[in-house]
Ligand binder design. Structure first.
Ligand SMILES: [Zn+2]
Length: 331
């Protein structure tokens, strides 16, 4: 029952979220893609969804999770080892030639810097989307940042003032000393690059962001997106140490439309889904809801815990993204 909004999902929205989510939303982390742009069978997560997920399809789908909101955003392709980079980037560029739709180029560490520079200029990309699955270091879940986001590509981002949505990996994410060292060095050495650390600096286990967040204090070209985080603690750490003005809402569409929840477990994290979790509690009819709804609830808990005002909540949902891309074209 992925890709399907049920009555019980809507009830959670009506009861808890309708009064929390402001009317204007800048979604800082969303994927647009076509299944035909993958070589071989499409990745499981998207295979059950629409064959073509362009801007209009995204609008239709995100309205299921947050109805009646005016949604602009920052889009990029769906990164998989089987993706055809050229087709995915062309599709993205053509889908985002409209007001309120910004886009980042999907990049591979082996790409020539001139190719990136020319493509960004030609297609109007505002930033870059590297991904650990393309890292030269294996296994990629343990890759150091430079093996999937190189100094050469950082230099291009600095030159052109590009944003970069970076999903850090390694088991301890932001608590990992080598990640901390590279993030500080990149942010300092390339000050015009705008680093967006995806998933609250991959705070799927919130303790890693809580432990590591101090390492980024004082860096003014680092932001965080909320995408697909469904466990409490990481958003709060970012708001308290870095500031609410550096946290931006992100849906992680299409991940928003799967049923599940990612929880910190021991020193790791686990994606609970209907496929790996038996819901046979005696005390109630326990059911999953959509990741997009779980993540909004988690953000609401953080806003309450940190005492954010309504205006500050509007900042997280819209104004922080608008300020980050003030020289671009969000309406
Ligand atoms: Zn994503």
């Amino acid at each position: 029952m992925d890709w399907q909004l049920l009555d019980r999902d809507r009830e959670i929205w009506d009861r808890e979220l309708a009064t929390f989510v402001p009317p204007k939303v800048f979604d800082s982390h969303l994927h647009l893609y076509e299944l035909s742009h993958f070589n071989g069978p499409p990745p499981g997560l998207v295979a059950k969804g629409p064959a073509s997920a362009g801007w209009a399809e995204f609008q239709k789908r995100i309205a299921e999770i947050m109805p009646d909101r005016e949604v602009t955003g920052l889009a990029f392709g769906y990164p998989q080892t089987t993706v055809n980079f050229e087709a995915a980037n062309s599709f993205l560029a053509s889908e985002c030639k409209r007001p309120g739709a910004l886009s980042q180029m999907l990049i591979h560490p082996s790409m020539d810097a001139d190719l990136i520079r020319e493509t960004v200029r030609r297609d109007g990309f505002v930033g870059l989307k590297p991904y650990h699955l393309f890292a030269t270091e294996k296994p990629t879940f343990n890759a150091h940042i430079p093996s999937f986001l190189t100094d050469e590509h950082m230099r291009v981002a600095h030159e052109l003032g590009l944003s970069i949505t970076l999903h850090i990996v390694r088991s301890q994410a932001l608590a990992d000393p080598s990640n901390q060292e590279v993030l500080r060095r990149y942010a300092t050495q390339y000050p015009n690059a705008r680093m967006i650390l995806a998933h609250a600096a991959r705070g799927f286990n919130p303790h890693h962001t809580v432990v590591g967040i101090e390492s980024l204090r004082g860096l003014r070209n680092v932001w965080f997106d909320t995408s697909a985080v469904t466990d409490c603690g990481a958003y709060e750490a970012i708001i308290k140490v870095i500031g609410h003005d550096r946290l931006m809402y992100g849906s992680d569409f299409p991940v928003s439309h799967i049923r599940g929840r990612c929880v910190g477990l021991g020193d790791n994290f686990l994606w609970l889904t209907p496929d790996n979790t038996k819901l046979d509690a005696a005390y109630a009819d326990v059911q999953f809801t959509l990741v997009g709804i779980e993540s909004l609830r988690t953000l609401k808990v953080a806003a309450l815990a940190c005492g954010l005002s309504d205006e500050q909540v509007e900042d997280v949902f819209f104004n922080n993204g608008a300020a980050l891309f003030a020289d671009r074209r969000i309406s």
